[in-house]
Design a protein around this ligand. Sequence first.
Ligand SMILES: [Zn+2]
Ligand SMILES: [Zn+2]
Length: 118
Amino acid sequence: MKMTKHRKEILDQLEHSEDALSAADIHAALPHINLVTIYRNLESYVSSGVVTKLNLGEQEATYEIQHEPHHHAICNKCNKVIHFSVDDETLKQEFSLPGFSISNVEVTLRGICIDPTC
Ligand SMILES: [Zn+2]
Ligand SMILES: [Zn+2]
């Protein structure tokens, strides 16, 4: 894959962020790259599996680097997103369907967080 300067800058933003970022967040950090270009590059990273797109309800979609497969818990009140890992082998057994071979499991939990500002 040819890596243009802009593509690299967009990926750098995601790499150096603790949280998942929306295209608008990235645009705010990289105002010289146009928003459409940012979207296009993000989508292309998503299709190549480098970046995961999170559609978490009402908010704008956010993107994060796929370091390793993990799951999300979302607070219904403040929209805080918690990233967590569990043993995927256990999950696969838990969800085992006859006649279906699971390659990965993605879990999104919804609830209320314990953040005092929530
Ligand atoms: Zn909360
Ligand atoms: Zn995550």
